[in-house]
Design a protein around this ligand. Structure first.
Ligand code: NAD
Ligand code: 0WE
Length: 256
């Protein structure tokens, strides 16, 4: 088998279970021939995540809570020791306290705002800084965003503000890291029923109206996001950096 990521090493953050967008990207990278390191957040998710990760031949599992600088440092020291070089990094992490995704945006708390930005935005900067020295041959960093960064999606609230900051962070990192031949991009995915979407009131109604409005008249499949992740990690996208690529069945182009 010869694929476009043969001889490359990638680290993927954000696998919680088999529905995770990170899992779909990890599977895609693995099929394309990449050697994989996959991380999960904590002990609570370990059992389920490790089972999945270790089912990919050659893949290794590591724990890393991105709110903790020491865990990030330890992880990259381990990756350097284990793999030497890194070619791609996937950041598929977002979090705000559940209470912030209910009720009115005007009631966003200082702590809710801080946590959402720390976990969903600052972590990309910290991970990029950790990965860059290992990307000696250049590399590709990608993250996941959502349309609520640009237009109001009721109840997305502080996550919308955090995703706007994330998209801007992608541009600033792309500028900084461009001279080291490291590209940084975001995929703006349409709504997908993952763990992060569970418990969101009216998510099913949202999926329905999304499918009605989108030019392709359906919702996005998680594996379409996975395939775009493989594209952005590979040399096929060598001229693209600082960009937000929509994988949303065209939803974002509609005015009415
Ligand atoms: P998911 O719940 O499977 O993934 C979110 C991941 O974030 C989990 O693996 C969780 O463990 C991880 N995480 C949270 N806090 C962390 C921390 N402190 N340290 C390390 N990891 C932490 O859900 P998903 O839908 O696959 O979400 C992945 C990304 O995709 C998120 O950035 C989300 O905002 C984005 N996204 C999701 C959708 C959707 O509709 N599901 C649409 C567009 C963008
Ligand atoms: O980015 C997301 C989800 C982000 C998310 C989800 C949760 C649920 C559990 C962040 N933090 C938490 N915290 C929790 O405690 N999406 C793009 C999916 C999503 O979430 C929404 C959406 C969509 C779409 C919330 C409200 C409205 C729409």
């Amino acid at each position: 088998m010869s694929s476009n990521l043969e001889g490359r090493t990638a680290v993927v953050f954000g696998v919680a279970n088999k529905r995770s967008i990170a899992w779909s990207i990890a599977q895609g990278l693995h099929s394309a021939g990449a050697k994989l390191a996959v991380t999960y957040q904590n002990e609570r998710l370990k059992l389920e995540a490790e089972d999945l990760i270790l089912s990919l031949p050659g893949a290794e599992a590591f724990q890393c809570d991105v709110s903790n600088d020491a865990e990030i440092d330890t992880l990259f020291a381990t990756l350097k020791q284990r793999y030497g070089k890194l070619h791609a990094l996937v950041h598929s992490i977002g979090f705000a306290p559940a209470a912030e995704l209910k009720g009115d945006f005007v009631n966003t708390t200082r702590e809710g705002f801080r946590i959402a930005h720390d976990i969903s935005v600052y972590s990309l900067i910290a991970l990029a800084r950790g990965a860059a020295p290992l990307m000696e041959d250049g590399g590709s960093i990608l993250t996941l965003t959502y349309y609520g960064a640009e237009k109001v999606v009721p109840h997305y609230n502080v996550m919308g503000v955090a995703k706007a900051a994330l998209e801007c962070t992608v541009r600033y990192l792309a500028y900084d890291l461009g001279k080291r031949r490291i590209r940084v991009n975001a995929i703006s995915a349409g709504p997908i029923k993952t763990l992060a979407a569970r418990g969101i009131a009216d998510f099913s109604d949202m999926l329905k109206s999304h499918a009605e409005r989108a030019p392709l008249q359906r919702n996005v499949d998680v594996n379409e996001v996975g395939a775009t992740g493989v594209f952005l990690a590979s040399d096929a996208s060598s001229g693209i950096t600082g960009e937000v690529i929509y994988v949303d069945c065209g939803y974002n182009i509609m005015g009415f």
